[in-house]
Design a protein around this ligand. Structure first.
Ligand code: CA
Ligand code: CA
Ligand code: CA
Length: 397
């Protein structure tokens, strides 16, 4: 008699023992999959034996595995790197699961295999050799007597990190020049829709620098940009406030850092930070059309020179930006300024924040007219008497 243990079963066969052995077969299609117990009793004319039993496993149902894979597969460092794409599913404990990964654009077909435990399976497949884009994972489950139909799922492979061109951050204005209360700036983030943006905030006060952590600012909106206002609260003059942006794509690939900063600058250049000198002691006929001057300044400041006489006549001078050297020099043409006057050169520095600083000055006198020789004729008037003397050919000056 054969039994599946739970379903009552009456399939019986009688068979005659031949040469101390018997063999028979039974139709067990009506028994459930699982453990089948066969019991046999032997009878002769006088008695019947106790039953002897043996068990076997019936597995006729086709295995029906399931398969799951992450929506996105990324590059190194992402939650689901292409070198070890995680796939998993449900299965019949003990069966063998075979996985194949394919993509339309690749000949490679990486595979993986694992054994079902506790009704589930999971493994990783290296899909590095497959093209970017859609990846199809196919799994089959092999049981003791049959192999399942394939089950599939798809993922998107994206191992390319966002580029600098795909996002950036800009802070406006460049400087905060108001002491208290209303130091607002605007942060404009340019990003790629769907990417997650992360922002950090830091500042530098003299030599002390604080760099804050990157924190999620949400998913980049469809417009591809966002703006937010921020306010400065109590930082000392000279503080440089920096904000940075990072984008992370859907697969978890991290893009480069973009930064911009705003500087709090309330202080104007001082007189000690600059100077101006008219090089010659006096402006004369020899140098009037190219009077040398020189001075010192602070790198990056704008220097405005004004050359004038006491009557308000000026020489047009072009403002310039102080260079690395912290010095400047040049010449100006004083021809149009009043002769015999005091010529003044003043230099005013304005810092990049727009703070107008102190003015340095120097002066020189302008005198381009040579001393005029005086001439007299003696005697004067020239008389007849004197003419002879005067006609001796010798001038008397
Ligand atoms: Ca990408
Ligand atoms: Ca800026
Ligand atoms: Ca300043």
């Amino acid at each position: 008699m054969l039994s599946d243990g739970s379903t009552a079963n009456t399939a019986t066969d009688d068979v005659t023992c031949v040469d101390s052995a018997f063999t028979t077969s039974s139709d067990v299609t009506h028994l459930a999959d699982g453990t089948i117990t066969a019991s046999v009793t032997q009878a002769n004319a006088h008695t019947t034996s106790d039953p002897a039993t043996i068990t076997a496993t019936k597995t006729t149902a086709l295995p029906m595995p399931t398969i799951n894979a992450p929506e996105w597969i990324g590059g190194a460092g992402t939650p689901n790197p292409a070198t070890a794409a995680a796939v998993s599913g449900r299965c019949t404990t003990g069966d063998t699961i075979a996985i194949t990964a394919t993509s339309l654009l690749s000949l490679a077909t990486p595979t993986g295999t694992t054994t079902c435990a506790d009704g589930t399976w999971d493994t990783t497949v290296d899909v590095s050799a497959l093209a970017e884009g859609q990846v199809t994972f196919t799994a089959t489950e092999a049981g003791p007597s049959s192999t399942s139909d394939p089950v599939t799922t798809t993922s998107t492979k994206d191992t390319v990190a966002p580029t600098a061109d795909e996002g950036g951050i800009e802070i406006q204005p460049e400087f905060l020049t108001i002491a208290e209360g209303t130091n607002f700036w605007t942060v404009t983030v340019t990003c790629t829709p769907g990417y997650t943006t992360f922002l950090s905030f830091g500042y530098r006060i003299d030599a002390f620098e604080y760099v804050g952590p990157f924190q999620s600012a949400g998913v980049c909106p469809a417009a591809g940009h966002s703006e937010q206002a921020a306010a400065e609260t109590g930082f000392p003059d000279g503080t440089v406030i920096t904000q940075s942006l990072r984008q992370v794509d859907q697969a978890g690939n991290v893009g480069p850092e973009s930064s911009d900063s705003v500087t709090k600058d309330l202080s104007a250049p001082t007189a000690e930070e600059g100077s101006v000198v008219i090089t010659p002691a006096a402006i004369n006929a020899a140098n009037v059309d190219a009077v040398p001057y020189s001075g010192t300044c602070v790198d990056g400041n704008t220097v405005v020179l004004v050359v004038t006489d006491t009557y308000g006549h000026t020489v047009a001078m072009t403002p310039f930006t102080c260079g690395d050297s912290g010095t400047y020099s040049g010449t100006f043409d004083a021809s149009t300024l009043n002769d015999g006057d005091v010529i003044t050169v003043s230099a005013t520095q304005t810092d990049p924040a727009g703070n107008v600083g102190a003015t340095n000055t120097d002066w020189a006198t302008k005198d381009t007219i040579a001393a005029t020789p005086s001439v007299t004729v003696s005697p004067n008037p020239i008389t007849t008497t004197a003419q002879a003397a005067a006609s001796d050919g010798v001038g008397h000056l």
